[in-house]
Design a protein around this ligand. Structure first.
Ligand code: NAY
Length: 291
C-alpha cells in the first residue's frame, strides 16, 4: 500500500438522465482525470454515491474503471456495506477484477460495539489478499485513537482514510502505530494540513473537479513551500465552500462538464443542475462568489 500515494479522486459515478449508470460517461471521466495526472482512483465511496447503488451496479463501476485505467495508476475500491456478507462479496469481486486495495466504512446504522466492528474488518481482510484501508469518517461514526490502534493490529489492515479534523492524530498514528501504516487525509479543505502532518496521500471529492490545485499542494508540501501550498488551498477552498453549501456532487459533476468531461447526473434524492435555468443560476452564484 505504501506505494499508493498522492492525489486520489474519490471518483464520482455518472448516471444518465434516467438515473442508470452511464458507462460511456464513466470512461470519459476516467480519461479526463488520467490526462490531468491524478495518482490513483478511489471507487464507489461516498462521492461515488455508493449507497444509492445495487451491489451489481457497484461491481459494474469497478469493472468499467479497472478496464479503462488499464494499470496506468492504482485503483482502490470501497466495498463497505452494513452487512459482512455483502462486503465480502464486493471485496472478492473487486479482487477478481484487479483492484490494488480495498477500503470500507465500518458497519453503520445500528452503532455496533467495538468487537463487532473489529470482527467486520477481520472477516473482510480474511476474505481476500488485498490491503485494507479503514475509513474513518464522521458519517459512519469516528474512531478514537485506541480503536485505530486495534484496527491496525488486524492482519491485512494497512492504512486508514482519515476524514477527521484532528490532524494531530495523523502524527500520532505514524509515531505510535507505525510509520508504515498508510494515512490518506480525507478532508479536501485541509489537504495542506493533512499532508504537512505526515499523510501519505489525499483522497477526496474535489480532486475530480480541480486536481491541478491539489497536485500543486502535494508538490509544494514536498518542497516545503508552505506559502505556495497555502495560496493553492485558499483558492481551492473558495470552490469547496461554494460546493458544500449547495449539492456537492451535483456541483462537481456540472463543473467537470464545463471543463469537457460530462459527468452526468446524480441519483435522487441528490439534486442536479441539469436544466438550463438551474445551470444558469449555478453559474451566476459562482460568478458572484468570485467577486
Ligand atoms: C469518498 O468516499 O467519497 C471520500 O473520500 C469523500 C471524502 C469527502 N468527505 C466526506 C465526508 O464525504 O472529499 C471529502 C469532502 O467531500 C470534502 O472535503 C468537502 O467537504
Amino acid at each position: 500500500l505504501s506505494d499508493i500515494t498522492g492525489v486520489i479522486p474519490a471518483l464520482i459515478t455518472p448516471f444518465d438522465e434516467n438515473e442508470a449508470f452511464d458507462e460511456k460517461r464513466m470512461r470519459a471521466c476516467v480519461r479526463f482525470l488520467l490526462a490531468r495526472k491524478v495518482d490513483g482512483f478511489y471507487l464507489t465511496g461516498s462521492t461515488g454515491e455508493t449507497f444509492l447503488m445495487s451491489p451489481e451496479e457497484r461491481k459494474r463501476v469497478v469493472e468499467v474503471v479497472v478496464d479503462e485505467v488499464a494499470g496506468r495508476v492504482p485503483v482502490m475500491a470501497h466495498i463497505g456495506a452494513i452487512g459482512t456478507h455483502l462486503s465480502v462479496d464486493l471485496a472478492q469481486h473487486a479482487q477478481e477484477t484487479g483492484v490494488d486495495a480495498l477500503s470500507s466504512v465500518p458497519p453503520f446504522y445500528w452503532s455496533f460495539p467495538q468487537h463487532e466492528v473489529l470482527g467486520y474488518y477481520a472477516d473482510l481482510t480474511a476474505s481476500t489478499d488485498l490491503p485494507m484501508i479503514v475509513y474513518n469518517v464522521p458519517l459512519a461514526g469516528l474512531f478514537g485513537f485506541d480503536m485505530i490502534s486495534k484496527l491496525a493490529q488486524i492482519k491485512g489492515v494497512e492504512g486508514i482514510k482519515y476524514t477527521a479534523p484532528t490532524h494531530f492524530e495523523i502524527m500520532r498514528i505514524k509515531a505510535e502505530i507505525s510509520k508504515d501504516f498508510v494515512v490518506y487525509s480525507g478532508a479536501d479543505e485541509m489537504a495542506m494540513s493533512g499532508l504537512s502532518f505526515g499523510a501519505d496521500g489525499i483522497i477526496g471529492s474535489l480532486y475530480n473537479l480541480m486536481p491541478e490545485l491539489f497536485i500543486g499542494i502535494r508538490d509544494a508540501i514536498a518542497a516545503k513551500d508552505l506559502a505556495r501550498a497555502q495560496a493553492l488551498q485558499e483558492t481551492a477552498n473558495a470552490v469547496i465552500f461554494f460546493g458544500v453549501s449547495r449539492s456537492l456532487m451535483a456541483v462537481i459533476k456540472r463543473g467537470m462538464a464545463w471543463q469537457g468531461a460530462d459527468a452526468g447526473y446524480c441519483r435522487r434524492p441528490f439534486s442536479n443542475y441539469y436544466d438550463a435555468e438551474a445551470e444558469e443560476a449555478l453559474k451566476n452564484d459562482f460568478r458572484q462568489a468570485q467577486e
